[in-house]
Design a protein around this ligand. Structure first.
Ligand code: P6P
Length: 339
């Protein structure tokens, strides 16, 4: 019987055979994966575990926190603060960065995460997930400050998410393709079930919240309108639409079968570039999508090239099948050349 490859063996291979990760980074990913297993158990308890509903608190985003948001954040903080592999953490749920305890040798990595993305779906049992991104602490950084996290997404050394759906799956890149691990609950380990994921360049499925249509900029309206025209229109084929309202669920579907995800700028909040956060949502997802052969843009530039200016900054996101993202980029460039 061929022995299944679990996360540990996969990471050891990336470290020893390919030399692209360090023992510290291997430990970091293992610790995050273990924390995601804990979160999966809490998520699966649902109404039986007093984990549903509001926590009665708010976060830095001005959002009401769900109990599971707080639980997931606490699990990730406590799992990582004594690992010895991290210098500091940043979370969607926390105002500022969280240096790990100074009583312990400081690691060289920075961990950023959205502990539980898609919270509005928790109480109605729809797929949610944990998103994480890993950066290196700049050399000679001294005391860790927020500015050390403000690195372009292209600087990430690892990124991934854990999707809590019909299965619990960990999707990971350490810069050498995308691997998918499925949680074997009997063994309690993540087993490699897909490696070197590739997003089909062509798709006929878009993923966007259509109720925002009247608020979008012209290039996005043009793109979606042409999709809706189907085979009678310039695209020459019919399109399907999917919108879960949970970025992890929508991006996971796109990684597994193709598609294009859009959460673009809209005029409801003209001074904000978009709803989704750059550092711990758009960047990790864009790293994964590019590693799987897709593309990710904010309309003006590659998302991974955006130079962050603040920890919780947002951005416009269009990512997935390369042909569709390139068409969206072309429409944005044509609109810009007409202004
Ligand atoms: P809307 C979840 O709150 C989230 O941040 C993403 O996971 C998701 O893609 C998006 O917001 C959904 O936003 O406006 O459709 O509810």
């Amino acid at each position: 019987m061929t022995q299944s490859v679990n996360l540990t063996r996969y990471l050891v291979e990336q470290e020893r055979e390919h030399g692209i990760i360090t023992p510290q980074l291997r430990l970091l990913v293992e610790v995050v994966a273990r924390a995601c297993k804990r979160i999966s158990i809490a998520v699966n308890k649902g109404a039986l575990g007093d984990v549903l509903g509001s926590a009665g608190t708010g976060n830095v985003q001005g959002e009401v926190q769900k109990k599971l948001d707080v639980i997931a954040n606490d699990v990730l903080i406590h799992a990582n603060e004594w690992g010895g592999h991290l210098a500091a953490m940043a979370s969607e749920e926390m105002d500022t960065v969280f240096p790990v305890s100074e009583n312990y040798p400081r690691g060289e990595y920075l961990l950023l995460f959205d502990p539980l993305d898609g919270s509005s779906n928790i109480d109605v049992d729809v797929t949610i997930g944990t998103i994480f991104s890993v950066l290196q602490l700049p050399a000679n950084a001294g005391e860790v400050r927020e500015e050390h996290f403000l690195q372009a997404g292209a600087k990430q050394v690892a990124a991934g998410y854990c999707v809590y759906g019909p299965q619990t799956q960990l999707v990971l890149t350490v810069g050498r393709g995308v691997a998918v691990f499925t949680l074997d609950r009997e063994q309690g380990s993540f087993v490699l079930t897909q490696s070197d994921l590739q997003i089909p360049a062509r798709t006929s499925e878009f993923s966007v919240n259509m109720s925002n249509l009247r608020h979008w900029a012209p290039p996005v309206k043009r793109y979606i309108d042409e999709c809706l025209q189907g085979k009678e229109g310039p695209r020459g084929r019919d399109f399907n639409m999917r919108w879960v309202g949970s970025m992890v669920a929508d991006v996971h579907r796109i990684l597994m079968r193709g598609g294009v995800f859009l959460y673009p700028w809209d005029k409801r909040e003209p001074n904000k570039p978009g709803k989704l956060r750059l550092l711990y949502e758009a960047n990790p997802m864009s790293f994964l999508v590019e590693q799987a052969g897709g593309a990710a843009t904010n309309g003006q530039q590659r998302i991974l090239d955006i130079a962050p200016t603040s920890l919780h900054e947002r951005c416009s996101v269009m990512l997935g099948s390369r042909e569709e993202v390139e068409l969206l980029q072309r429409y944005h460039a044509e609109a810009a050349s007409q202004t």
